[in-house]
Design a protein around this ligand. Structure first.
Ligand code: NAD
Length: 343
């Protein structure tokens, strides 16, 4: 038996990635779809074999057959739709970010807890085979204690009239909230360290919209390591590098091209020989990098299956509201005061 899903928001991410991922899932099927735009809803119904298409999410929430909903609407819709879904006792996989602010995010988490429904969050990059492998290598101590790490994620996103992402009231912010959330979540998740304090700068350098096209931020992690996140909407895709880097007292792990919507990229591990000693000449003996090999899959199928299994087995979804709330707190801290303590 497969769980029956209602889809709320049939736009870019749902149609391009999550629904194709769901089609490969053995736990889930697309039962009903909703979009404010009837053409988008009907197109997804036909493409993914759903039984119903509607422009009213309440119709989906009223269907007894629907076990869970995937909310992939613009961020300003998340709170209203998630609260209604929780009240209707539907389990919720909510796209990132949870809400426009920490306050909204907390309301969503609490509504799910009060109504006894599961809440998963769309940080699918945790399921990338390389990210899982890097997490294991770090946990084994191969690169020693993490002292520094960095995630840079960029794209080219020029002014587009009417785009909800380019209006702070509708999106909550720009590059930092759109791309930075993945970077913050991954650095915390893979390292196993939590940010305790952050400081950062946001700017709109290139475009005319009222959200940031550039943000750079440093996190002080529990234990003292430093984590850097820099994100841009104003670097051409062909000039992008999108590195994810971890440096420790015994080595480093450098991933390139793993941040994105498809499993790919490459990862090199530099594990240093025991106690290299102090080299005043800094002649930097060469360590042969080990190229990490993994089997790629579909992050969205894994995301759907992990959430569905939590519903089926009545366990906590691995990526949930509580264990991602700190991401929203960090976003708010940088946007509202340039940083601060995170608790
Ligand atoms: N995890 C990821 O990799 C990833 C990638 C992109 C977007 N997202 C997230 O997914 C969400 C949607 O982003 P997108 O890029 O798909 O946006 P989009 O603009 O491409 O699509 C949004 C869809 O929602 C519809 N819509 C508008 N108002 C609505 C409403 N009130 N109720 C239901 N549907 C409504 C639009 O018609 C459109 O089809 C956002 O939260 C975004 O941050 C996640």
């Amino acid at each position: 038996m497969k769980l029956k899903w209602g889809i709320i928001g049939c736009g870019g991410i749902a149609d391009r990635r999550t629904l194709p991922g769901m089609m490969l899932s053995e736990t889930s099927e697309c039962y009903a779809v909703m979009d404010a735009n009837p053409k988008a809803a009907e197109a997804c119904r036909d493409k993914y074999g759903a039984k119903f298409a509607t422009t009213d999410y309440n119709e989906i929430l009223a269907m007894p057959e629907v076990d869970c909903v995937y909310i992939a609407s613009p961020v300003f819709c998340h709170k209203e739709q998630a609260l209604a879904a929780a009240k209707a006792k539907k389990h919720i996989l909510l796209e990132k970010p949870l809400g426009l602010t920490t306050e909204e995010s907390l309301e969503i988490i609490q509504a799910c807890e009060e109504n006894g429904v599961k809440l998963g969050v769309g940080f699918m990059m945790r399921y990338h085979a390389y990210h899982q492998a890097i997490k294991e290598i770090i946990a084994k101590g191969t690169i020693g204690d993490i002292v520094s790490m960095r995630a840079q994620f960029t794209c080219w996103y020029p002014d587009i009239e009417g785009a909800w992402r380019q209006d702070k009231k509708l999106s909550g912010g720009g590059a930092f909230v759109d791309l930075g959330v993945h970077c913050i979540d991954l650095l915390q998740y893979i390292s196993g360290l939590q940010a305790v304090e952050v400081t950062g700068f946001s700017a709109t350098q290139t475009f005319n919209y009222n959200v940031d096209d550039s943000t750079a931020m440093v996190m002080r992690m529990s234990g003292g390591a430093l984590g850097i996140v820099d994100v841009n909407f104003n670097i051409p895709d062909s000039a992008a590098n999108n590195p994810l880097e971890f440096y420790g007292t015994k080595g480093s792990i450098i991933a390139v091209g793993t941040l994105g919507q498809e499993e790919g990229g490459n990862v090199k591990i530099l594990a240093c020989p025991e106690d290299t000693g102090y080299d005043a000449k800094q002649s930097r003996i060469t360590v042969e990098p080990i190229e990490l090999k993994v089997d790629f899959g579909n992050m969205y199928t894994k995301e759907i299956d992990a959430f569905a299994n939590a519903v089926i087995n009545d366990t906590e979804p691995p990526v949930n509201g509580r264990n991602t709330l700190s991401v929203q707190k960090i976003i708010d801290a940088v946007y509202t005061g340039g940083g601060g303590k995170i608790n």
